[in-house]
Design a protein around this ligand. Structure first.
Ligand code: HEC
Length: 380
């Protein structure tokens, strides 16, 4: 009883994830990426099943995360209109032209830096070990990208900015501004939480759709080692989400009455576990995503989560007074500070073991569905 709170925050997270699914599914339907759509959907209808399969494989292996099929700029040279022509490559100090064909594709994939595409840096493209059938399909997709004459996909910042505005304003204006009280009076606390969740989820949806349409502006290149950072950090972030959203705490939405209870489980480590989960998630995704839009997306969440901690504390302090001060004294915002200072006591129970197992399952689940949800594989 009461060991697992299913607070509104859970519903909100669920809705956000649902909207992320919908956004991902929607963009996968209309365009696996703007680049893929352009290559397949413009000009003569492309019915070559091998090229179709090749485009799918290029997306699955993360190639189209760096190489566009429509001529758009990216971290690697575009595949558009290159097939059957000549590629200029640098081998040692010497530049030479080589036919851009199936053999070149195979060499480029197996040892990207042995023949370096002229004008591009070494160390960005990871080597792949792909079988002949995969290379055949990819070659067909590259050949099709050479014959398609696509309009460049519409790109712009409006969608991403609109998403950021809806998401951030939705959080801060609805929860604190003079809007909250009249809305709670009209909709009731539960109705308000639902409306709040819907606005947040719509903001999330708009953010993901908007991100897809932004032009590529590189701040730093996607070096292969940077992909290890999320792999190392995300188990911790996912655990913080699972523990945070399921541990009763006065810092969670609609639970301020719990302020007189001693802090449970994870709350002794930090009173904002779920928000720290978002901070770690955002920070961990920055190294491998050095383009302006993605940096704004993940960086925005980091700022929002840190701001959220401060904001929730301020509101609780104003509303709960001395009770809050007593609770805050036994906890800390920065993880482990209250424990190290001897103000907090760890009280983990059996429920926390369940949470740990759930965290692991969720992490492994995300690891294996990441490419379906977000178009970029978490694992190669
Ligand atoms: C992290 C970004 C990245 C990923 C992922 C990536 N590449 Fe590359 N690729 C590059 C860069 C940068 C270059 C240019 C430097 C070089 O030749 O190594 C390149 C070069 C190439 C070239 C030579 C292009 C030319 O214009 O001469 C081919 C072909 C190629 N990649 C195919 C692939 C395929 C197929 C995949 C997926 C299996 C893939 N790449 C994945 C970044 C990437």
């Amino acid at each position: 009883m009461g060991r697992f709170a299913i607070p509104a925050a859970c519903i909100r997270l669920g809705l956000c994830l649902l909207m992320a699914f919908v956004a991902a599914a929607a963009s996968a339907q209309t365009a696996p990426s703007p680049a893929l759509e352009a290559a397949g959907a413009h000009g003569a209808p492309d019915v070559d099943p091998l090229a179709e399969e090749g485009r799918r494989l290029l997306a699955r292996h993360g190639c189209t995360g760096c190489h566009s099929l429509d001529g758009a700029a990216g971290p690697g040279p575009t595949f558009a209109d290159r097939w059957g022509g000549l590629a200029v490559v640098r081998v040692g100090a010497e530049s030479r032209p080589v036919p851009y064909d199936r053999a070149y594709l195979a060499r480029a994939v197996a040892a990207p830096d042995a023949e370096l595409a002229e004008g591009w840096s070494a160390g960005i493209m990871p080597p792949y070990d792909l079988d002949g059938a995969t290379l055949d399909a990819m070659a067909a997709a590259l050949a099709a990208a050479a014959t398609a004459a696509p309009d460049p996909p519409p790109t712009g910042w409006d969608g991403l900015i609109a998403g950021l505005v809806i998401f951030v304003l939705g959080h801060f204006v609805l929860s604190a501004g003079p809007l909250r009280r009249p809305l709670v009076n009209r909709l009731g606390e539960r109705g308000f939480q639902l409306a709040y969740s819907l606005v947040a989820a719509f903001g999330m949806y708009q953010l993901i759709v908007g991100l897809d349409a932004t032009p590529y502006v590189e701040l730093w290149p996607p070096l292969p080692w940077t992909q290890q950072v999320p792999l190392a950090v995300m188990p911790v972030a996912v655990s913080l989400w699972v523990f945070g959203f399921s541990t009763p705490s006065p810092t969670a939405a609609g639970q301020s009455a719990r302020v007189s209870e001693p802090p449970k489980g994870i709350i002794a480590i930090t009173r904002h576990p779920a928000l720290w989960g978002f901070v770690l998630w955002g920070l961990a995704h920055l190294p491998p995503n050095g383009d302006l839009a993605t940096v704004a997306f993940f960086g925005g969440f980091v700022v929002l989560a840190l701001g959220g901690m401060w904001h929730i504390d301020r509101r609780r302090a104003a509303r709960l007074g001395a009770d809050w001060t007593a609770f805050a004294e036994q906890t800390s915002v920065v993880p482990f500070v209250a424990l190290l200072r001897g103000r907090a006591r760890l009280r983990f129970g059996r429920g926390d073991l369940v949470r740990l197992v759930v965290s692991l399952v969720v992490f492994v689940g995300i690891l294996h569905t990441h490419h379906l949800l977000f178009g970029v594989p978490a694992l190669r």
